[in-house]
Design a protein around this ligand. Structure first.
Ligand SMILES: Cc1cc2nc3c(=O)[nH]c(=O)nc-3n(C[C@H](O)[C@H](O)[C@H](O)COP(=O)(O)O)c2cc1C
Length: 348
């Protein structure tokens, strides 16, 4: 697949993962300007915010970049489930002198039902758009392709990858269970939890599209290993979180670089399974006695409110500090230096 990225004018088989809340136009542009593919994530924002992020990235780089959207099944509100959840969270809010929001909202819209976001993307024409959590309707795919946009989508199984190919995406991100951030699994009730090595190799051998390996890759040796498995590129998220260009706050950076940092998958923060640093949210709230978690992203409304309340008192213990299993290899380097180091290591 290096020709797949090379055809877009991208020198290196390296993608900086889209990271909602953490990647920024400055990060993506620095990666693009260093010869890799940078990504911004607009899935958790409004159409005007997404347009602004695209234009801000364009102002910083003339190179192609990737714009990521979320294609989850729209949330199903359930007032009783949401009330039970906020009652359950109340003691943790109380520690910060706060109370949970009186009602939880679906804090952002799935791209799969967002005609306005589609129209904006077709008008702005970023070089690349990527889908996470599933696929949009066929008509959306057709409209994006008609606009000349290259399409990527995350798959966590061979079946999901085949759906991506059937839908017409140009390359598939093989996201292993090691990966930081939200699992791209289409239906979280059926998560096969396949590792990056097995998934990358399976997709490289079984699908007729370039494969992008993602999950636990932190250095050039990891990228080389992914390429040896048949991937055309590697997508790294956690490796870029500590870059000064990211939006990670001080507590997140400190936790990421702590010598005892470890990760776990939880659905308690947002309503969908995601891998993050084991902080108090992950360790205490995702307990056996927790009630049913509201749908994604309704649960995230409460999760973000709890983080904000604790942060106002100086605690980062309830942040969504997403990170992958390779976290102990994280480096705090400017993005251009990190890309240069990764490529030098990859070449050995
Ligand atoms: C902080 C963070 C946020 C993420 N947000 C997104 C996102 O918005 N969209 C997306 O497609 N993937 C997201 N991911 C997942 C990445 O695309 C990728 O699968 C993952 O970072 C690879 O594993 P690694 O973190 O071990 O490199 C996120 C990952 C992290 C670490």
């Amino acid at each position: 697949m290096s020709h797949f990225l090379a055809a877009l004018g991208i020198a290196h088989p390296l993608i900086q993962a889209p990271m909602a809340g953490t990647s920024t136009p400055a990060l993506a542009a620095a990666v693009c300007n260093a010869g890799a593919l940078g990504s911004i994530a607009v899935g958790a924002g409004s159409v005007p915010q997404a347009r602004e992020a695209i234009r801000a990235t364009r102002a910083l780089t003339a190179r192609p970049f990737n714009v990521n959207v979320f294609c989850h099944r729209p949330a199903r509100a359930d007032a009783a489930r949401e009330a039970a959840w906020t009652r359950y969270l109340a003691p943790w809010f109380a520690e910060s002198g706060a109370t949970p929001p009186p009602a939880l909202r679906e804090i952002y819209t799935s791209f799969a039902v967002d005609d306005a976001m589609l129209a904006m993307l077709v008008a702005e024409k970023p070089a690349i758009v990527s889908f996470h959590f599933g696929l949009p309707p066929d008509a959306f795919v057709r409209a994006l392709k008609h606009a000349g946009i290259v399409l990527l989508a995350t798959a966590t199984t061979l079946d999901e990858a085949r759906q991506c190919v059937a839908a017409g995406v140009d390359a598939v991100v093989a996201q292993g269970y090691e990966a930081g951030g939200h699992r791209g699994v289409f239906d979280p009730a059926h998560d096969a939890r396949i590792g990056t090595l097995a998934l990358t190799r399976t997709l490289a051998r079984r699908i007729e599209r370039p494969v992008i390996a993602a999950g636990g890759i932190m250095d050039g040796a990891g990228i080389r290993a992914a390429l040896a498995l048949g991937a055309g590129a590697a997508q790294l998220g956690t490796a870029f979180v500590a870059c000064p260009e990211s939006a990670a706050d001080a507590a997140y950076r400190a936790a990421l670089l702590a010598p005892d940092a470890r990760t776990a998958v939880t659905a308690a923060i947002s309503g969908r399974p995601a891998r993050g640093l084991v902080n108090r949210f992950v360790a205490e709230i995702d307990g056996a006695n927790a009630p049913a978690i509201p749908d994604y992203p309704i649960a995230y409304d409460a999760g973000k409110a709890l983080h904000a309340a604790a942060k106002a008192r100086g605690s980062g213990a309830f942040g969504a500090q997403w990170a992958g299993q390779g976290v102990a290899l994280a480096r705090a380097l400017p993005a251009a230096d990190l890309v240069a180091a990764l490529i030098a290591e990859m070449r050995g």
